[in-house]
Design a protein around this ligand. Structure first.
Ligand SMILES: NC(=O)C1=CN([C@@H]2O[C@H](COP(=O)(O)OP(=O)(O)OC[C@H]3O[C@@H](n4cnc5c(N)ncnc54)[C@H](OP(=O)(O)O)[C@@H]3O)[C@@H](O)[C@H]2O)C=CC1
Ligand SMILES: O=C(CO)COP(=O)(O)O
Length: 355
């Protein structure tokens, strides 16, 4: 039986990487976790605790941490990369000499690389040229996974073996893994929703109510779908856990770091103060800049991303931006049913009749 244990490597010692490593160990896998901080390595190995990122979590003692990439990757069949987008490529390059084409490589990271607007699995592909590549994304607050709250995620890959192996490695009685073959759509949803989580946190701090949050989330979904179509992706994927599912959790919970950054901004803190106080990655801060620029470049209408960008980087007060957004174009609810162009045309015709 022992020789059938799956061998899993996790790169990253943050909250999500730690939670996933422990789930795989709960499932009986042999798990090695790579992190660069030797003090944290020692703490995980001796106290089975990650005091910096998940202090109250009892990590499965079978997880063995190390700062030695060779040791962590040797013999691994499945490699989960849980490193923030800014350092993702750098860490994959460090790992590259110890990787081989038989391994399954999966990104868990919900961010975008500025250069070329690349998603993380595209970086995995570029750096390795391997075929077994996938992503995990969904409503997965690490702190709740650590509490073994019932949770679901999506593994997305066009490679069936990748999907199945991840479902086997991570699926258990508190963590369900659904499958998708739309890797780009699943990954894009995970990255985009962080933008709107910042806006939702800000709205909450400003005392805005549930109608407002509901409007924000639904219009966020419309905006994300518009962007997905522009990028050649299938917006139907956003109806799943990695789209609307993740949007709901991240826009509703102060366990989300993006939401917390937004909340701090809404309380009047500067962006630097909010990010500093968080002490962890809030991918949405970078993503809003990249998506806003890309939307402008491609002529995609994204008023929420544009508005948030102006609040974050151009000093427009959040309340003033909310007012401007409320007075903006009143368009179609679901554009796949009634197009924006049709609504705009009807307005023009109505104005013509009024003359
Ligand atoms: N946390 C969550 O609830 C979820 C997170 N995610 C995604 O997972 C990704 C990883 O997140 P998470 O675990 O939460 O991140 P954290 O911010 O909790 O931790 C980041 C980890 O990456 C390491 N790291 C950062 N920069 C480098 C570098 N240059 N070289 C080596 N290691 C580095 C950090 O090491 P050090 O401590 O030494 O800086 C730390 O171990 C994020 O992009 C996030 O979007 C997805 C779903 C849920
Ligand atoms: O992606 C997440 C939950 O699904 C985690 O969100 P934050 O990165 O905002 O904490």
């Amino acid at each position: 039986m022992a020789e059938q244990r799956m061998r899993v490597a996790v790169l990253g010692g943050g909250s999500f990487g730690t939670a996933l490593a422990s789930i795989a160990a709960d499932n009986g896998a042999r798990v090695r976790q790579w992190l660069r901080d030797p003090a944290l390595v020692a703490q995980i190995n001796t106290q089975h605790c990650n005091g910096r990122y998940l202090p109250d979590y009892a990590i499965n003692p079978a997880v063995v941490a190390s700062s030695d990439m060779d040791e962590v990757l040797a013999g691994a069949e499945l490699v989960l990369v849980a490193i923030p987008s800014k350092a993702f490529r750098e860490v994959v390059r460090m790992a590259r000499p110890y990787l081989n084409e038989h391994q399954i490589l999966v990104s868990t990271t919900k961010g975008i690389q500025q250069d070329g607007f690349k998603l993380m699995s595209q970086i995995l592909e570029e750096e390795t040229g391997f075929t077994h590549i996938g992503v995990i994304s969904g409503p997965n607050l690490a702190t709740e996974i650590a509490q073994k709250q019932l949770t679901a995620t999506v593994v997305a890959s066009d490679d069936a073996e990748t999907r199945t192996r991840v479902q086997t490695a991570l699926g258990c009685d508190y963590f369900r893994v659904y499958a998708s073959n739309d890797r780009y759509g699943v990954e894009l949803g995970g990255a985009l929703k962080n933008i709107y989580a910042i806006a939702a946190g800000m709205a909450a701090a400003l005392g805005m109510g549930e109608n407002t949050r509901s409007m924000l989330m639904t219009r966020a979904l419309a905006e994300m779908s518009r962007f997905a179509v522009d990028q050649g992706a299938n917006p139907m994927t956003f109806l799943g856990l990695s789209g609307v599912g993740d949007l709901i959790v991240t826009c509703s919970s102060d366990l989300s770091r993006n939401y917390r950054v937004g909340f701090a901004l809404g309380q009047g803190k500067s962006l630097d103060e909010a990010v500093e106080a968080l002490g962890q990655v809030a991918e949405g801060v970078n993503t809003v800049r990249l998506v806003r620029d890309k939307a402008r470049e491609d002529g995609v209408y994204m008023p929420l991303a544009e508005g948030l960008y102006q609040v974050l980087f151009e000093g427009v007060p959040a309340r003033e931006m909310a007012r401007m957004l409320m007075l903006g174009e009143q368009s179609s609810d679901v554009e796949f049913i009634l197009s924006r162009a049709d609504v705009q045309q009807a307005h023009r015709e109505s104005e013509g009749h009024d003359d």
